[in-house]
Design a binder for this molecule. Structure first.
Ligand code: ADP
Ligand code: MG
Length: 464
C-alpha cells in the first residue's frame, strides 16, 4: 500500500510496527522498539516518541534505516524522522502532539533520513568541545609539562598506551583545557572514532535519569560503544555510591575493550575522599599526571598568549604586573585580563599598571603588612640587577646611584619613615640626600613616561 498524501494513521502504525518486529526479531523489538509511539505525520516528517533520551539515541543510531524503509512502504513522502522524548506521564500526549512545536521540548531531536544525520545534536549525551581549548594555545611550562606530554601522547597514539590517563591539579590549571585538546586532536585525526567528553556530574545525572526511567541497559550501551571516554572532575562522584558502581563497571568494560579513558580530578586517585578503594586503585593504574600551581614565568607566558589571541596591545609591564600579583589560578588571571581590556575599551583609556591596579582592586589582595626599608632595597636591587650592598655603599656611578635614589623615593612614599631615618638605612646618608633623591625621581617621572611606569610597577610589586 503506497499513499502519497500526508496520511499515516493509527492502522498504518500498527502494521508498520508489525513489519518492524518481523524484521528485527522479537527480542530486539521488545528491548528497543516496543515503546515507540506514533505522534504525527506532517510535512514529510514522521514524528514518533519514546520515554527516554537513551532509548531515542539508541533507536536513532541503530534502527533509523529500518524505520525509514518500513515507514516509506506506507507513505513514500516520509523524508524526515523525528523522535521526541516523551517521559511517561510527561507533557507531550499522544494525539495532541500536532499542536506542540518541536522547539518546545528540549529533548527533541530530528534525524534527517536524507542526510543520515542528526539535525540538532546539541543534546547528545556528551558535552560539546570548546573550540578555544586546543594544544596549540596551551602554554607549556615546568608545572604542566608532564600532563601536556601525556595528553599529547594519548591524542596521537593509535594504540592505547596507558589507561586511564589521570590528570589532576587545582582549580583553573588547565585540566579541562587539556581534555578538550585531546578530543579535538583525535576528532581531527580520526573522525570515525567516537570521542565523548562529559563532566562526572553529567555522567551521574544521566545515570540517575536512566534509573528513573528504568532504562539502564540503553545507558550502559551508549557508554560502551565509545572509543575515547573523558570524564572531567571525577571528585564529584565522591560519596555517591550508585554512581561509582556504575562508573566502575563502565570503566572496566571500556578498558577491557581497549578503549581510551581520560579522567580529571582535583586530587590524586589515592587522595580522593569518599571514593571506593577498588575504584581508586583502578583510576590510578594508568598514568597519573599532576599539574602543579603556575610559576611566574608560566603565568606571563599564558597572559602573553591570551593577549595575542585577543589582538590587543598590552604593555609588557602590565602583563608582568598581573603575573606577579594574580597567582591563584589561570582562570582568574584570564578574567583579570578580560576586565582590563573591557575597561580600556569602554572608557577609552590605555592600559597601564596604574589602571590595572585600579580596575582589579578586588582581585589584587591589598596586604596591610608593614613594609620595611630593607624589603624595598631588596626588591629595587633585584629589579635593577645591582647588589644589595650598593644600597649602602658610597659608589656614585649612575647605574648604582639611580636605583638607590629610586629606593629612597619608594621608602619615602610607601613607609612612614622620616627622611633622617631613611638616610640612616642607606649607609648613614644625610636627610638632604634623601630629599634630593625624592625630588629627582619625581622630576624624572614627569619627564619620562617609561620611567614613570617602571616606578609604578615597582611600587605595586613591593606594596603587596
Ligand atoms: P581546570 O579544568 O583545571 O579547572 P581549565 O582547563 O578550565 O582549568 O582552565 C581555566 C582557564 O585557564 C581556561 O580558559 C584555560 O584555557 C586557561 N589555561 C589554563 N592553563 C593554561 C595553559 N597552560 N595555557 C593556556 N591556557 C591555560
Ligand atoms: Mg575543569
Amino acid at each position: 500500500m503506497i499513499v502519497s498524501t500526508d496520511d499515516f494513521n493509527d492502522k498504518d502504525w500498527l502494521n508498520f510496527k508489525k513489519k518492524l518486529k518481523k524484521d528485527i526479531g522479537d527480542t530486539a523489538y521488545k528491548n528497543w522498539l516496543k515503546q515507540l509511539e506514533f505522534l504525527s505525520f506532517e510535512s514529510e516528517t514522521l514524528s514518533l516518541s519514546v520515554p527516554t533520551k537513551f532509548l531515542r539515541d539508541w533507536i536513532v543510531n541503530h534502527y533509523s534505516d529500518k524505520i525509514k524503509i518500513h515507514s516509506q512502504k506506507f507513505n513514500k513522502n516520509i523524508k524526515i524522522l523525528k523522535i521526541v522524548v516523551k517521559p511517561v506521564g510527561g507533557r507531550i500526549l499522544h494525539g495532541t502532539a500536532r499542536t506542540v512545536k518541536p522547539d518546545q521540548n528540549k529533548f527533541n531531536q530530528t534525524y534527517d533520513i536524507r542526510n543520515n544525520q542528526y539535525v540538532n545534536s546539541s543534546e547528545e549525551f556528551g558535552a560539546p568541545l570548546d573550540p578555544r581549548f586546543d594544544f596549540e594555545n596551551f602554554v607549556v611550562g615546568k608545572p604542566n609539562e608532564l600532563a601536556f606530554a601525556a595528553a599529547q601522547r594519548v591524542a596521537e597514539a593509535d594504540k592505547v598506551s596507558f589507561n586511564p590517563l589521570f590528570l589532576y591539579g587545582g582549580v583553573g590549571l588547565g585540566k579541562t583545557h587539556l581534555m578538550h585538546a585531546i578530543g579535538w586532536k583525535i576528532k581531527n585525526k580520526s573522525p570515525d572514532r567516537k570521542v565523548v567528553y562529559l563532566s562526572a556530574e553529567k555522567f551521574m545525572y544521566q545515570f540517575v535519569r536512566a534509573l528513573r526511567y528504568k532504562d539502564t541497559s540503553a545507558f550502559k550501551e551508549q557508554f560502551r560503544s565509545i572509543d575515547v571516554l573523558m570524564i572531567d572532575d571525577v571528585q564529584f562522584i565522591s560519596g555517591k555510591d550508585n554512581t561509582q558502581e556504575e562508573f566502575f563497571h563502565t570503566f572496566n568494560a571500556l578498558v577491557e575493550q581497549n578503549r581510551q579513558i581520560v579522567i580529571s580530578a582535583d586530587q590524586s586517585p589515592s587522595d580522593l575522599d569518599g571514593v571506593q578503594e577498588r575504584l581508586k586503585s583502578r583510576l590510578g593504574c594508568g598514568l597519573v599526571a599532576d599539574i602543579h600551581p603556575t610559576t611566574y614565568e608560566l603565568r606571563l607566558g599564558i597572559l602573553m598568549e591570551k593577549a595575542k589571541k585577543r589582538g590587543v596591545e598590552i604593555p609588557p609591564k602590565v602583563l608582568e604586573f598581573l603575573s606577579h600579583r594574580i597567582i591563584s589560578n589561570v582562570r582568574e588571571m584570564e578574567g583579570a585580563l578580560n576586565r582590563l581590556v573591557a575597561h580600556a575599551t569602554l572608557v577609552g583609556t590605555t592600559i597601564t599598571v596604574e589602571t590595572a591596579q585600579e580596575v582589579l582592586q578586588d582581585l589584587i589582595r591589598t596586604n596591610n603588612k608593614r613594609i620595611t626599608i630593607e624589603e624595598i632595597q631588596k626588591k629595587v636591587a633585584e629589579h635593577y640587577n645591582i647588589r644589595l650592598t650598593d644600597m649602602h655603599s658610597s659608589r656614585r656611578s649612575r647605574s648604582v646611584a639611580r636605583p638607590r635614589q629610586v629606593a629612597m623615593y619608594l621608602a619615602k612614599s610607601i613607609t612612614s619613615r622620616s627622611l633622617p631615618e631613611i638616610g640612616r638605612k642607606f649607609g648613614g646618608r644625610d636627610h638632604t640626600t634623601v630629599m634630593h633623591a625624592v625630588k629627582k625621581i619625581e622630576e624624572l617621572k614627569v619627564q619620562d613616561p617609561n620611567f614613570h611606569e617602571d616606578i609604578e610597577l615597582l611600587k605595586r610589586l613591593i606594596d603587596c
